[in-house]
Design a protein around this ligand. Structure first.
Ligand code: UGA
Length: 350
């Protein structure tokens, strides 16, 4: 059935990829808002893609008008970079919590379906081998460890949305991305250290001849998830509205792609040997250990391991990730170093 989808933050890493997937595989119409269009060049001009350049904290009328018109609302606007949780937690609160809370309330008011991004960060420093949506306890650090403001905000939003589901029958799905990676994650040219997530930061350092910094030794692990796998799951969530996805929480992650940060650095350096123009520089890059207090500041605290259980997504959505880390990193490197035409790179790699 054709649906109208409202995506706020459509130019973001998940937003642009989701929009493209929908435009190319479904007959749904997209109304998207963001402050820029640099990641949307492939979507702009498509007859089912309607873009508005705006800010969710300013253009409230546009949002209300389109929210009323649409079937599904996907608010993807948020700061999701750990360095900013530590350096500007109030901004994170204002945008991630306050601005999004307004959207949640409008969904309740107009009885709209809400597909809302929670986060893998919510599980914090839990020691569970696999993080389960319904049984894992959340373990966050003390208040001066401001890194947890993001996890805490998302936890409260999850609880509020859940409560609206119970009280007002809000039709929602909460999804938790686990370290999505891929082309267009962060800006490779952004010079400021810590302003990118780890894979982009490492590629930036390598191509600029800078050492790779392994925070606290780089033994901590993440379950990285390739963006196309993640977006495939999201589309299934949007599709399976009535029974399968409604009022449920889904981890979207790849437990088979669980690697230490050091292993990721090593794999990127190995892969760079395949790019003639970067072979020499990659051979000279040093891996150095840095203390997290030096890199992020005292308010940082890290997660040693973070593996999702994906039983819920398998059971209700028939979803499983299929991309391995090597392929994910190769496609990301191809995009940054060779060709901005990601679709073409994909055809050549697979
Ligand atoms: C991320 C972000 O909070 C969000 O993007 C998101 O909600 C969530 O987790 C997710 O993507 O699932 P984190 O996993 O810490 O947090 O993201 P990165 O900034 O990519 O860092 C990963 C690890 O690499 C951390 O242990 C960090 O200390 C380390 N790192 C980072 C380095 O060793 N060196 C660097 O130069 C940068």
């Amino acid at each position: 059935m054709s649906q109208k989808i409202l995506i706020l933050g459509v130019n973001g890493f998940i937003g642009n990829s989701l929009a493209w997937n929908i435009l190319t595989t479904k007959d749904w119409e997209i109304f998207g808002m963001d402050m820029a269009t640099n990641k949307l060049t492939h979507c702009l001009g498509h007859e089912r893609f309607h873009f508005f350049e705006g800010d969710i904290t300013i253009n409230r009328e546009w949002i209300e008008y389109h929210l009323k018109k649409c079937d599904v609302v996907i608010p993807l606007v948020a700061i999701a970079t750990p360095a900013l949780y530590v350096s500007d937690p109030i901004r994170v609160f204002e945008l991630d919590f306050e601005a999004n809370m307004e959207i949640v309330r409008k969904c309740v008011k107009y009885k709209k379906r809400l597909v809302f991004p929670s986060t893998s960060e919510i599980y914090g420093m839990s020691m569970d081998k696999e993080f389960d949506e319904y049984t894992t306890n959340f373990v966050l650090g003390p208040i001066p460890k401001q890194r947890w403001i993001y996890a805490c905000i998302k936890q409260l939003l999850d609880r509020v949305i859940y409560a609206y589901g119970v009280k007002d029958n809000l039709d929602y799905t909460l999804f938790r991305p686990f370290n999505f990676i891929g082309p267009k994650l962060d800006d490779i040219n952004e010079p400021k250290e810590g302003s990118s997530r780890v894979v982009t930061q490492f590629i930036h350092n390598i191509i600029n001849g800078l050492p790779i910094k392994l925070v606290d030794g780089g033994e901590q692990k993440r379950s990285f998830t390739f963006i196309d796998d993640g977006v495939d799951c999201l589309v299934r969530i949007i599709e399976n509205k009535d029974k399968a996805a409604s009022r449920r929480i889904f981890n979207i992650g790849n437990p088979y792609m669980n690697y230490s940060i050091k292993e990721v650095a090593q794999m990127i350096l190995d892969l760079l040997k395949e790019y003639e123009e970067y072979r020499d520089v990659a051979g000279k890059i040093q891996l150095i250990n840095v203390d997290s207090r030096e890199y992020y500041g005292e308010a940082y605290q890290d997660i040693a391991h973070r593996v999702p259980s994906i039983k819920e997504a398998e059971k209700h959505l028939g979803w499983k990730p299929t991309t391995d880390l090597r392929t994910a990193l190769k496609l990301t490197l191809d995009y940054h170093l060779r060709n901005k035409n990601y679709e073409l790179n994909k055809m050549q790699t697979r």
